[in-house]
Design a protein around this ligand. Structure first.
Ligand SMILES: [Mn+2]
Length: 370
């Protein structure tokens, strides 16, 4: 039948070009990491509700702490959680290092971000505390993406509260000790969180162990305070002389001298700025990315992990996502090491945390206004 308006027949370009065949369709979580409107860590399910998290009995929960109101130099770490979540070309289904398919053994969820708004330092810390407390109370092991390093104060405080004060040791990778009393009069700056944790009793000084310190900060008096409070630390020059393996072994023994679990705090600036330029206070002469990833596998494989944070990734200063990718892999190596532990019959979740969750007062939600 001819077209009464005498239009030419509509061509079928799908047929002409061979696009009319049957193609498989792909849906999340099986789509490429750069496709889709939302980004969760390793395409794991987003579960922000604590009750749902409890029901799921998640082993590991990613938490974002997009907060950088406490920095002393270059800002930008507030963009860290988002950058870390998306800095990967693969979901990470199989670890070549550990010969494990981590997500087959572990239930990993992305618990979303703490309820942060800009320019409100104390509120930001309160929200990080509440979010980590809420998640850790379900028994899941939190991996927190900073954010500047000040978030370790509320974050590790929450873990100490769930597990009991003094029950955790901290292994702290950093170019800087972060044990200053104050930054220009501010007690909550990112140069001070470790002192606050020790002063408040959340962690004992003697179980606070630092690895990778170097450069020209903090000043001499701060090390005096650290000595008085029993902190132990391993300078970068010790790693140069003895190698990372030997130093990590010592750090673990020191951190576990009393406590039964470790909170691992990774300031990405422990890595040399040549390999991790996207950070706020770069200090030349640091560890290799591969040394840090190996250290994470070894530590998590050996000890009970209470939580981990990965902080000070500042995407505006990054180049080609180098730093965000290192941070992403730090989380993935931690998860893979936990998966090995679970496969081999060990426990990952903090079951007492889940059992005690009903006794841990659920903090009120943020008030809508000041
Ligand atoms: Mn730090």
């Amino acid at each position: 039948m001819s077209d009464p308006l005498d239009r030419p027949a509509r061509p079928d370009y799908a047929r002409i070009n061979g696009w009319d065949r049957d193609y498989p369709s792909f849906k999340a979580p099986d789509i490429p990491t750069y496709v889709g409107t939302s980004v969760s860590f390793a395409r794991q399910p987003v579960v922000t509700d604590a009750q749902e998290l409890s029901k799921l009995e998640a082993d590991v929960a990613i938490i974002g702490a997009p907060f950088d109101d406490a920095v002393s130099y270059r800002p930008g770490a507030r963009f860290g959680p988002r950058a870390i979540r998306q800095a990967t070309y693969t979901r990470g289904d199989y670890s070549l290092q550990l010969d494990i398919e981590p997500f087959k053994h572990l239930r990993v969820v992305d618990a979303g971000d703490a309820d942060i708004v800009p320019a409100w330092l104390d509120r930001g810390h309160a929200m990080v505390f509440r979010k980590v407390l809420e998640v850790a109370s379900t028994g899941a092991i939190p991996i927190i993406f900073g954010g500047d390093h000040s978030i370790t104060w509320p974050s590790a405080s929450a873990i100490a509260q769930v597990r009991a004060p003094g029950s955790i040791g901290i292994v702290h990778f950093d170019a800087h000790a972060d044990t200053a009393d104050e930054d220009w009069g501010v007690l909550a700056g990112h140069g001070t969180p470790m002192r606050r944790l020790i002063e408040s009793g959340a962690v004992k000084g003697r179980n606070f162990v630092q690895v990778g310190l170097r450069g020209y900060w903090p000043p001499f008096e701060v090390f005096e305070w650290m000595r008085e409070h029993g902190l132990r630390w391993h300078f970068m020059k010790e790693i140069e002389e003895r190698g990372a393996e030997a130093v990590i072994d010592d750090a673990l023994a020191e951190a576990l001298d009393g406590p039964d679990a470790i909170y691992l705090s990774l300031d990405i600036d422990v890595i040399d700025p040549g390999m991790a330029p996207g950070t706020g206070t770069p200090e030349p002469g640091g560890m290799l990315t591969r040394e840090v990833l190996r250290a994470i596998r070894r530590i998590v494989g050996k000890v009970e992990l209470a939580a981990m944070d990965i902080v000070e990734v500042s995407p505006p200063y990054d180049q080609a996502d180098i730093t965000a990718a290192a941070a992403h892999r730090a989380a993935l190596e931690c998860i893979s090491a936990l998966a090995v532990k679970k496969r081999d019959g060990g426990t990952v979740r903090f079951e007492r945390g889940a059992a005690d969750a009903s006794h841990t007062a659920s903090p009120p939600a943020a008030a809508a206004t000041r």
